[in-house]
Design a protein around this ligand. Structure first.
Ligand code: GAR
Length: 211
């Protein structure tokens, strides 16, 4: 079976959606063989344990540089020989060495309609800008932070009564639908990165990804 390592920092609700998908009849197209967190108290670690998945915490406190940390992360990930590495709310910037090592098999989910709102506080920024829509993007990870080729995006409307948390909830509903779907596509071999161009069933994806 194809193997997936999931990196998290927090609640792990996306991880849970992936675990749930794995447990359906359709499956995920592979198995989550490990969940790694940079935060010892990440609730996602509990979710993984409950599902019988190996867990590991690598705390940045024990490393003097990003490069050292990422080398350790690489060593741990490589023990599982994964076909795919998923960032699911992993809140660290990754070094070039890390990104290049897993190029083409490293995906991220980001809570905005990229290229809008790279980085943090995306819901707040969308509200402050007065946008009438917001959403989520899944993309291949490249050295450009939140800038890699888009695979899919989902939009949600911003209503007058929305605040940061109501908007986050709406976006997360879409996240939980999309991440398992894209993971399945990848593990089934339908989704590939050719050079810098993502392809689905052999067809180049549009620049904004599937919408
Ligand atoms: C998700 O909304 C994800 O899009 C976001 O963190 C949340 C994690 O939630 N990721 C980023 O902001 C990456 N820069 P979860 O732990 O419940 O899956």
């Amino acid at each position: 079976a194809r193997r997936v390592v999931v990196l998290i920092s927090g609640s792990g609700s996306n991880l849970q959606a992936l675990i749930d998908a794995q447990q359906t009849e359709e499956g995920l197209g592979g198995e989550i063989c490990a969940v790694i967190s940079d935060q010892p108290d990440a609730y996602g670690l509990e979710r993984a344990k409950q599902a019988g998945i190996s867990t590991l915490c690598i705390s940045p406190k024990n490393f003097s540089s990003r490069e050292d940390y990422d080398q350790q992360l690489i060593r741990e990930i490589d023990q599982f020989q994964p076909d795919l590495i998923l960032l699911a709310g992993f809140m660290r910037i990754l070094s070039s060495a890390f990104v290049l090592r897993y190029f083409g098999r490293l995906l991220n989910i980001h809570p905005s309609l990229l290229p809008k709102y790279k980085g943090l506080h995306t819901h707040r920024r969308a509200l402050e800008a007065g946008d009438n829509e917001h959403g989520v993007s899944i993309h291949f990870v490249t050295e450009e932070l939140d800038g890699g080729p888009l695979i899919v995006q989902a939009k949600v409307p911003i209503d007058l009564e929305d605040d940061e948390s109501s908007l986050a909830r709406k976006v997360q509903v879409q996240e939980h639908l999309l991440y398992p779907l894209v993971t399945r596509w990848f593990l089934q071999g339908r989704l590939q990165l050719k050079g810098n161009q993502p392809e689905f069933d052999g067809h180049p994806l549009p620049q904004q990804g599937l919408l």
